[in-house]
Design a protein around this ligand. Sequence first.
Ligand SMILES: Cc1cc2nc3c(=O)[nH]c(=O)nc-3n(C[C@H](O)[C@H](O)[C@H](O)COP(=O)(O)OP(=O)(O)OC[C@H]3O[C@@H](n4cnc5c(N)ncnc54)[C@H](O)[C@@H]3O)c2cc1C
Length: 382
Amino acid sequence: MDFALNQEQQMYQKAVRDFCEGEIKPYAAEVDRTGELRWDAIRKMPSLGLTGLQVPEEYGGAGLDTLSAAIAVEELGRVCGSTALSISAHNGLGCGPIIKWGTEQQKQHYLTKLTSGEYLGALALTEPNAGSDLNNARTLAVRDGQTWVINGAKAWITNPKYAPVITVFLRTSTEKTSRSFSMILVEPNTQGVTLHAPEKKMGLKGSPTQMINFDDVHVPAENLLGPEGNGMYQTLETLDGGRISIGALSVGLAQGAFEEAVRYAKQREAFGQQIANFQAIQWMIADAALEIDASRLMVYRAAWLKDQGKPFSKEAAMAKLMASEVAEKVCFNAIQIHGSYGYSAEFPVERMYRDQRLMSIGEGTSQIQRLVIARRVLQDMA
Ligand SMILES: Cc1cc2nc3c(=O)[nH]c(=O)nc-3n(C[C@H](O)[C@H](O)[C@H](O)COP(=O)(O)OP(=O)(O)OC[C@H]3O[C@@H](n4cnc5c(N)ncnc54)[C@H](O)[C@@H]3O)c2cc1C
């Protein structure tokens, strides 16, 4: 068993960290305040492969392994939750299904745009009345000759305003079976598509989350992504990979808050000494060090399993569940260590605490992760 990153992965981690320190971290508070991502930084991302982490090189991507992709998302999360979420969703949800199920023409057309640093990708699964329970999705595509006619609505979608194409999960049959769903590629400027204004959120304010309406939207028949009727299977597979990324993002957020807390504990004085000398503070620091380490190892293991072509669904759910709940606790305690200053927007831990809150909701809530884990355990031990 080898716990070390290989030399290439270590070099990549350092390069991404340096980029994040120079191009993202100094602007994270501004991204949060203005609600706009820093496109000057995103346009530079292709040189590090950040806009095409696992996209094959022939379409402009970096063709990296899952572990390297997780490391990159962790580094982004360490400095800016908004940027990290948009880049994670872009790679895993936006590019992922097209890499896996796109035709050569779809890949040439869309992946080359998506890796250019001028766009971000999006996947629309959730609906106003269906999040965890995607079987309840109602958006419907009806085949009319050489076109699909789409009607319905999607909610809480990351990145649509920057997307050249949105992968939409929808019904291609009204029958109540898991084979009634498909994925169809829809360009947001198609007539009948309405992108609503970004939601006003608690955190991750720079990452746009939008509702989308589809009113008699006509798209060519060849925009079907993968085989008709495979949408539910494609979604579950995509979310398994996405959970590794959200786990990595959670580790990054926790790591960022932890570093801020340690720095503050060493400089703040109370009762004539550094607060870092108090055992109550040391225990929060020790717990954070321990739990971040455990979460990171779980994320790396899930990524490694995926790279080995082994089953990783349970391990990805475990990693996401663990890391997101650790991020909550670490960011909570980072504010505690800062006292009142932690409650002030002047200190980054306030933003990090708000940003991390999504991690136990998006790409499957903690309750749904427990369902996935329990199902696997019960199956394995039957
Ligand atoms: C910032 C942000 C970005 C997002 N980005 C995207 C995106 O890019 N694409 C996309 O498609 N979606 C996106 N989402 C949506 C997100 O994935 C869903 O909100 C999430 O899956 C939960 O669905 P829901 O909100 O409908 O909650 P619900 O499914 O209504 O759940 C409500 C509560 O009930 C619990 N619950 C539901 N079913 C069960 C069960 N069987 N057992 C136990 N408890 C249960 C849940 O855990 C939760 O606590 C995003 C959301 C946010 C906030």
